[in-house]
Ligand binder design. Structure first.
Ligand SMILES: *Cc1c(COP(=O)(O)O)cnc(C)c1O
Length: 396
């Protein structure tokens, strides 16, 4: 075990963006071009992202939360409709249902993976008449892919749509019943999938998001909803065109566009996505090896080939103690997540601590430790040494 004689030259966060000179040049070129927004970088980013993910269509939007909102709108979520999601996610996964007046319901997690337990989803669906629920929002938590083939079978049986929240998982995959790798967000099972380009995610554009789908009708609706509900497509017009300027606002949409500056950065980052993913997986394997023999540490879902490793999550008994100790060592970990149903807003809607004991038990022990492509081996060894030190010397 390396000792902690090494001191980091700067604080080590749990995640950090990687900006290169190529990224800077790409943004500068966009800044000097004719288009700061609504220009060619948008479609180029969408096309290349769709190819990377393996989906037919992609729609760039201002952030992951806007992506979720547009998905809920495109699927016509109505007041009173009931949608099931996981309590182990960022609140935005659930909030999109509330934006449309729908009701959020939860199914507890499988504690071995951190993913929504599809058996619990089935039990919830079975306990109510057909049509009681309208949708399912699974989350590829930490970068581990939900088995969407199984989720789709369930959704088809009960008449649900699926929005896959793949914010943690660009490049992640699961292996389907035919032995095929199914990439997160590829649109083969979910109606819609969403990604975020917040700097802490795999691909950074400042703020930014993307929706992917294989459904052409949903794709066209999303394009319209992203820009105020406006269309210029001759084939889609309701009235006869008045001339070259003619456009129609056909439904209530928003301005959720992603500017060319951000898309140019996204394109440049996307070119390095596989490299970053490979380094995340390499670092995760190094952590796995370091923690396997270490008593007092449990790794969440180790050894999954398709894991995209947005987060590396460990579970320890004295989580608060470890979090505070690591801060004194310049290591800034994070907790993902405080369960959504425990948030005061959701308590106001009738949910309570105690409703989902498995995710609450997980929450009491989880800690996301540093994982990002530019984390050095030396820094990682230091993180491991500090955790070991806490568990052996400080704690006992
Ligand atoms: C980051 C994130 C979002 C929201 O994305 P923003 O771009 O920050 O709006 C939604 N869901 C999950 C699981 C996320 O990690």
């Amino acid at each position: 075990m390396p000792d902690s004689a090494f001191t980091p030259s700067r604080p080590i966060p749990y995640g950090r963006q990687h900006i290169t000179e190529a990224d800077e040049a790409a943004v500068l070129a966009a800044l000097r071009s004719d288009f700061l927004t609504q220009g060619p970088a948008v479609a180029a980013f969408e096309k290349q992202f769709a190819e990377y993910i393996g989906a037919r269509y992609a729609v760039a939007v201002s952030n992951g939360t806007a992506a979720l909102h547009l998905c809920a709108l495109a699927l016509d979520v109505l007041p009173g409709q009931r949608v099931i999601t996981t309590p182990l996610t960022f609140s935005a996964s659930a909030n999109c249902v509330r934006y449309c007046g729908g009701e959020v319901h939860f199914a507890d997690i499988d504690p071995a993976t951190g993913l929504i337990d599809l058996n619990k989803v089935r039990a919830l669906l079975d306990a109510h008449p057909q049509g009681h629920f309208t949708g399912l929002i699974p989350v590829d938590f930490a970068g581990l892919a939900v088995n969407l083939e199984q989720a789709r079978a369930l959704a088809d049986q009960y008449g649900l749509w699926i929005i896959e929240d793949a914010c943690h998982a660009p490049g992640g995959f699961f292996v389907d019943s035919q032995g095929q790798e199914q990439r997160c967000g590829n649109g083969n099972f979910a109606n819609l999938a969403i990604f975020s380009f917040h700097p802490v995610k795999h691909i950074a554009t400042g703020e930014g998001g993307m929706i992917t789908t294989n459904d052409e009708a949903l794709y066209r609706r999303l394009l319209r909803l992203r820009t105020h509900g406006i269309t210029r497509e001759p084939a889609d017009l309701i009235h006869e065109s008045h001339g070259g300027w003619y456009m129609e606002m056909q439904e209530l949409g928003y301005n959720y566009r992603l500017p060319d500056l951000n898309c140019a950065l996204g394109l440049s980052q996307l070119a390095r996505a596989d490299e970053g993913l490979a380094r995340r997986r390499q670092l995760a394997a190094r952590y796995d090896a370091a923690f396997a023999p270490m008593p007092g540490v449990t790794v969440l879902a180790p050894g999954h080939a398709g894991h995209a490793y947005h987060l590396y999550v460990i579970e320890v008994a004295d989580r608060k103690g470890l979090y505070d100790y690591l801060r004194t060592k310049q290591i800034f970990t994070q907790v993902h997540y405080i369960p959504v149903h425990c948030m005061p807003y959701y308590e106001g809607l009738g949910w309570r601590a105690g409703d989902f004991p498995l995710v609450e038990e997980y929450y009491s022990r989880c800690l996301s430790i540093p994982l990002f492509p530019t984390l050095t081996d030396e820094e990682q060894d230091y993180v491991v040494a500090c955790i070991s030190e806490f568990l052996t010397r400080i704690k006992n």
